[in-house]
Design a protein around this ligand. Structure first.
Ligand code: HEC
Length: 123
């Protein structure tokens, strides 16, 4: 009688472990997505606390930073825009959109570049 019960227990334990494994795998693929896509980076590196992708409509609450679609419109045709924006994200600054300051962002140059390339292709 002890053996089957033990069997059932290890069966349940097995399911539990599989569940944990599935959860861990889901989490791993989520963080892989977060570091590998521009949209994932933008969300994961906290850019969205000061930026949106879409411009504001009248009456909507504004964020501190410019909408990424407006950034694209302004810089798309400019030589060296990618490099300039990558530097700006890494070292922060103000004066292009107003007096509000963007603090230096915590991300790698590669991550900043991935984001900037995506931003600049927004139409
Ligand atoms: C604390 C608020 C804040 C956060 C967080 C923030 N930004 Fe900004 N961002 C700003 C502000 C304010 C400006 C406008 C700066 C200016 O006028 O020169 C700005 C400007 C920009 C610009 C345009 C720069 C230019 O010179 O025109 C880009 C691109 C940008 N941010 C990308 C990002 C990215 C990518 C992240 C996340 C890694 C991020 N920002 C996080 C506040 C923020």
């Amino acid at each position: 009688m002890t053996l089957p019960r033990f069997g059932a227990a290890s069966f349940l334990l097995g399911i539990g472990l599989q569940g944990t494994l599935a959860a861990a795998m889901a989490l791993a693929s989520l963080s892989a997505w977060a570091v590998s896509t521009p949209q994932g980076l933008i969300a994961g590196r906290d850019c969205l606390s000061c930026h949106r992708v879409e411009p504001f409509r009248p009456g909507e609450a504004r964020t501190l930073g410019p909408a990424f679609r407006l950034v694209a419109q302004r810089y798309r045709a400019q030589n060296g825009a990618e490099e300039r924006l990558v530097r700006k994200i890494l070292s922060g600054g103000n004066g292009q959109w107003g007096k509000d300051n963007m603090p230096p962002q915590i991300l790698t140059e590669e991550e900043a570049r991935t984001i900037v390339r995506w931003v600049l292709q927004l139409k």
